[in-house]
Unconditional design. Structure first.
Lengths: 179, 158
């Protein structure tokens, strides 16, 4: 049996598919910070933990069908994006008529001033209106705290193209906020 | 022809990327912004974004709590999946004509084999004539159950 804590993703997935449920716990602990921070960037603070758990529950359900065509981290990012979209779909259905005013959402989470919460809501709304590639590069840099070389690898682009995309994304975000 | 400089001046993409790296390291410090108006506007945008979403590494307490909570959710999900599997198995029983026919035969056979004990009980209480009435009643029950199964299956097909 392979030592799970030092095993690669492929080995852990194989072990999980062979019935070793603990293998997923290792994957969970390994990927929790990046999933959590990505979700934190896109979802209101009070729902971050819930949505993060939903991502891993969806992953555990779909893992037997994971074929390894993409990296596990990329696959997990796709699930995260689906869950974030699902979260907003459900919320919009609930709050279509009575959208909570910005000030109402503020001050719900300890340690965050209401001004900061309002600022987050404003920025998130602007981010939602950007193209998916612009959103992605900003989330990878500020949400997941990846270096530009890592972002380039994730997005399958050159470093120069990634930095250029980043500048265009920041410009687009600024323009949205200036509108 | 003008020779190319050894170190070409960095373009805006590089300057902005470097600025993003710089502010990510310390989001409380004061930074010198570019003199170029366009670049300064983008740098200010980055500062705004970074202050609203400062990177906070997950601490061990949150990780442990979330891991424990995940274990509970995982077990709950597994239980729900088992329940829905059972439900869909039962539903499939009524959807498939073959499965329905087999289950009807099993039920009728079970009732048929239980018949002597029912009639025995009945006859000991009511006598021979009562026993015949009991047998008749049981056969009617079996018939009704079979008709109900058939009706339910036909209803589902529609």
């Amino acid at each position: 049996m392979i030592n799970t804590s030092s095993a690669s993703e492929e080995e852990l997935i194989q072990q999980f598919n062979e019935g070793c449920l603990d293998a997923f716990d290792v994957l969970y602990r390994r990927y929790l910070p990046s999933v959590y921070n990505r979700v934190r960037f896109m979802i209101p603070a009070e729902d971050v933990e819930d949505v993060t758990q939903e991502v891993f529950l969806a992953a555990i359900k779909s893992l037997p069908s994971f074929r390894g065509d993409a990296q596990f981290s990329t696959w997990l990012r796709t699930i995260t994006n689906h869950k974030v979209a699902e979260f907003y779909r459900k919320r919009n259905r609930k709050q279509e008529v009575q959208q909570a005013p910005l000030s109402e959402a503020a001050g719900r989470v300890e340690g965050h001033t209401s001004k900061m919460m309002e600022e987050r809501i404003i920025l998130r709304r602007a981010l939602e209106q950007l193209s998916s590639s612009h959103q992605e590069v900003l989330v990878l840099r500020f949400g997941e705290d990846l270096q530009f070389s890592q972002i380039a690898e994730v997005m399958g682009q050159s470093l120069e193209a990634t930095k250029s995309l980043f500048r265009r994304a920041v410009t687009a975000l600024k323009n949205k906020l200036d509108e | 022809m003008k020779p190319l400089p050894d170190n070409p001046p960095p373009n805006q993409d590089d300057l902005l990327a470097d600025f993003a790296d710089l502010i990510n390291k310390d989001n409380t410090a004061e930074f010198d912004l570019s003199t170029d108006e366009e670049l300064r506007g983008l740098e200010e945008m980055l500062l705004r974004l970074n202050r609203a979403f400062p990177y906070e590494p997950l601490n061990e307490d949150i990780t442990k709590r979330m891991h424990a909570d995940f274990g509970i959710r995982r077990r709950r999900q597994a239980q729900q999946e088992k329940t829905s599997e059972r439900r869909s198995w039962l539903a499939s029983l009524f959807r498939s004509p073959l499965a329905l026919a087999v289950s009807t035969i099993v039920l009728v056979s079970a009732l048929f084999f239980l018949l002597p004990s029912f009639t025995g009980l009945d006859s000991s209480l009511s006598g021979a004539a009562g026993g015949q009435t009991g047998l008749f009643g049981l056969l009617i029950t079996v018939g009704i159950v079979a008709i109900l199964f058939l009706a339910f299956w036909l209803g589902r097909r529609k």
